[in-house]
Design a protein. Sequence first.
Length: 118
Amino acid sequence: QVQLVESGGGLVQAGGSLRLSCAASGRTFSVYHMGWLRQAPGKERRFVALIRWSTGITTYGDSVKGRFTISKDSANNTVYLQMNNLKPEDTAVYYCSAGIQLGTYDYWGQGTQVTVQS
């Protein structure tokens, strides 16, 4: 099992920035990728970004390209999501995820709320 603990959400004005963190523990050697998805009220969970753990290759959802940056600290098994130029439509619960192979999301964090006010 892999445990994920998120932090860093909050309330911010449009155009502002936030950084989310996700610390992994447990069987982290099995993780192929880590990333973030988000879910707005009444909507499906949507992909935001992921990073392949061994290569550092990143992938982003279209709506966040150029504004969000995902990075990792391998020594501390932590993934970060730097969110800049936030928009009200970025408001959602952000979930950290980890997968043991590309295309799967096998482990989830508890979620952290991000609210962007216009």
